[in-house]
Design a protein around this ligand. Structure first.
Ligand code: FRU
Length: 729
């Protein structure tokens, strides 16, 4: 490694502390050109700042806000001109006082057990991590008590997370350790954990090497060598750059609405506005884990191709949504879209309102009246949990008989989940009258909490669906006077599909998207750099017999690229490899078990069969996704997922969508099963059919390779690996 060329101004407030002296000795030993400069001198404008490339403030003790505030103007000017600033350990707490960010760290103190940094995989190629191996980087002695400052339950308003914390007892994605800000032409880094020079216990050799390397990198980058960050983390350029960076990950879906990177859960605020579809979603810009929930935003003109928009909703440090902007809906109120969402703060969750400030729905103004419902109802008594004084969240709003109806999900203390109704005759959405539950379930069969309740008007009947932590249950029946009379109940999906939300299209059809859960370990998600995706949009309605029907939205056929197979093969006790390889395709067929005991499909199979996923159609009228050999990675779930389908004397009408790690099955336009598979091998992209103990027919079998929903981003690699061939049989 070359000798550092930058000149460092080491900031002190008074006499250097033992920790600061040890840091200065470290600089001397590392050959870093360093001088101490007092914050008072900086504040007094002694003009010497221009002599430095980078300023470093390193403190084991809490920083004095007044001292930082006094120095903030010259430091800001220094940064704007391209200078760099490193704030380590508790100096990070000075971020608001220095004017770097309106939101400061929410956790500081001393602790034991920190071993180092957990680097974000999306940022691992930044120059600041050069020469460090892997994402788990020891830098500290876990036995020593260490000072720290971090953003834990919140994120900075403008800053970006580069790394989190590694502890002896595990990984802590939500404990941010390294953050970056761009101020004018300059960069600021905050390193709140894992750097200590004067500890009571020596830092193990390998950790000390990493610490030294990281600090040299930081000083070099901040000193002007490179950029710490590329972009503002919540703006479109940063999101698009993340999406591009992930384009070669063969687990990433190509034609689903996926997050640009980081974490996605529920679809939110689905609305068609001025001819454009808007899908918002629960998004954590901090990393691929749940926490500090914002609203991400994607738009589409055709329901098929999508574009990223800037992060739409951010928790307000002083607001009732400080700890997260949880799920909610968007409604057109007299030509202005409104969002109702759940704000969380401490152990309270209550409804909040925001109004669109532009036609692109990129700007949202939060109501000064938030929360717009001030407390939870007293009757029935609502269930509490370790986190929440009362579970009370998620919003579904519709207009009926000139009255706004508003459902909120909850659970009854010692009872089952419930969907609570509020009404309002007012368009300003701040005055809600509590009406009581429209339906409550049994704890054992229906679950103890109902999240994301939604009541859809399907013409003849109403459909209520709720997400009860495990599954999405629906209740079909008649709705009148604030109560649902249930006639039929079932599951919307039998797999990893959760917290769905719907929009009503121009033609009056309902389109429903769900969150497809990750189904692999937190470590695997961290390594991948992203987690979760939205399902394909489904059209939900009733068939002639009044049963629930679910079909992939008709527009999705526009994604088909090439027909790789077209025929009606019949198989007897054999397996037949289809002449195409793909990991993003649609397959449809009418499948008949003539006298076979079982038949099915193999997808994402490797040539030697080491990895393969089976869709097994059995005489028991079950469709089973057998994931026992889907992957050799033990961090992904291998549990089988099954669902009942039609009796075997009828044929099974199957539409299957495979997209990277996503598998969505529609059977007989009625039963759905969504799951995730994570093959490790790049050649796990074979497709085959099989029949066991007899004959089975795959009538009208078609396989289509599918294009990308993100046409601007990295669509090339998959296309190269496709080998579509003409019809057979
Ligand atoms: C469902 C859910 C909602 C909540 C949101 C938080 O997955 O738990 O109840 O609003 O996710 O992200």
């Amino acid at each position: 490694m070359s000798e550092p060329a930058e000149t460092v101004g080491f900031l002190v407030a008074g006499e250097p502390s033992p920790e600061q002296r040890a840091a200065l000795e470290w600089c001397a030993a590392a050959g870093i050109d360093v001088e101490t400069i007092s914050l008072a001198a900086v504040a007094g404008g002694d003009g010497r700042l221009a002599a430095y490339d980078v300023l470093w403030w390193h403190r084991a003790k809490p920083a004095d806000d007044a001292v930082a505030e006094d120095a903030s103007v010259p430091i800001e000017a220094f940064l704007t001109d391209g200078g760099g600033l490193l704030l380590s350990l508790r100096a990070l707490e000075a971020v608001p006082a220095l004017g770097i960010d309106s939101v400061g760290p929410d956790a500081a103190g001393t602790e034991e057990g920190t071993t180092g940094l957990l680097v974000k995989s999306l940022r691992a190629d930044r120059p600041v991590f050069e020469g460090l191996e892997g994402l788990r980087v020891p830098t500290a002695s876990p036995e020593a008590e260490q000072p720290f400052a971090r953003y834990q339950g919140i994120l900075p308003h403008r800053g970006a997370v580069l790394a989190s914390t590694l502890r002896t007892d595990g990984e802590r994605p939500h404990e941010t350790a390294l953050l970056g800000w761009r101020i004018g032409d300059g960069d600021v880094a905050g390193l709140g954990t894992g750097v200590r020079f004067d500890g009571p216990v020596p830092v193990p050799e390998a950790a000390a090497r990493n610490r030294d390397r990281l600090l040299r990198n930081l000083l070099a980058v901040l000193g002007g060598g490179d950029r710490l960050l590329e972009h503002d983390p919540k703006g479109t350029p940063a999101l698009s750059a993340d999406r591009k960076r992930l384009a070669d990950d063969h687990h990433r879906p190509r034609y689903h609405v996926s997050p640009p990177g980081n974490w996605l859960n529920d679809p939110n605020g689905l609305i068609k506005w001025n001819g454009t579809y808007h899908a918002f979603y629960q998004y954590n810009p901090g990393g691929p884990h749940h926490g500090t929930i914002h609203w991400g935003h994607a738009v589409s003109e055709d329901l098929v191709t999508w574009e990223d928009r800037p992060v739409a909703l951010t928790p307000s440090p002083d607001g009732p949504d400080r700890d997260g902007c949880w799920s909610g809906c968007a409604v057109d109120v007299d030509g202005t879209p409104q969002i109702l969402y759940t704000g969380g703060r401490d152990d309270v969750q209550l409804p909040c309102l925001a109004t669109a400030t532009d036609d692109e729905l990129t700007g949202w103004e939060k109501s000064p009246e938030n929360p717009v419902i001030k407390s939870v109802p007293v009757e029935p008594r609502l269930r509490s949990s370790d986190h929440w004084r009362a579970e009370f969240r998620d919003h579904n709003v519709w207009l009926e008989g000139g009255v706004w109806h508003h459902l909120i999900g909850s659970g009854i203390e010692d009872g089952g989940g419930t969907a609570l109704l509020y009404t309002s005759e007012d368009d300003d959405f701040t005055d809600w009258t509590y009406e009581g539950p429209i339906l409550s379930g049994e704890a054992e069969t229906d679950g103890v909490i109902w999240e994301c309740p939604e009541l859809l008007d399907l013409g003849e009947k109403r459909l209520l669906h709720v997400s009860n932590y495990e599954e999405v249950r629906y209740y079909l029946g008649e709705y009148a006077d604030g109560s649902l009379e249930v006639e039929r109940t079932g599951l919307l999906d039998h797999g990893a599909f959760y917290a769905p939300q719907s929009l009503r299209d121009d033609g009056g059809r309902w389109l429903t998207w769900g969150w497809i859960k990750p189904d692999r370990s937190p470590e695997a998600q961290w390594d991948a750099g992203w987690s979760g995706t939205l399902s394909l949009p489904r059209e939900i309605d009733l068939d002639e017999a009044g049963r629930l029907r679910q079909r992939p939205a008709a527009e999705l056929t526009a994604l088909r690229e090439e027909r790789g197979y077209d025929g009606s093969p019949a198989l007897t006790d054999e397996r037949h490899d289809l002449p195409l390889d793909s990991r993003s395709f649609e397959l449809r067929a009418e499948i008949r078990l003539d006298d076979a005991d079982e038949c099915g499909l193999v997808v994402r199979g490797s040539p030697d069969g080491e990895e393969e996923t089976l869709l097994r159609y059995t005489r028991e009228s079950d469709l089973v996704v057998d994931r026992s050999a889907s992957t050799t990675d033990h961090r992904a779930s291998s549990e089988p997922i099954s669902m009942p389908v039609t009796p075997v004397d009828e044929s099974l009408s199957l539409r299957l969508f495979v997209d990277g790690s996503v598998l969505e099955v529609f059977a007989n336009e009625r039963h759905c099963l969504t799951t995730r598979i994570f093959p490790t091998r790049p050649d796990s992209d074979g497709i085959a059919l099989y029949a066991v103990d007899g004959r089975a027919v795959f009538e009208d079998l078609e396989v289509w390779t599918m294009g990308s929903a993100w046409p601007d981003v990295g669509a090339e690699s998959e296309r190269e690996s496709e080998r579509p061939v003409g019809p057979e049989n």
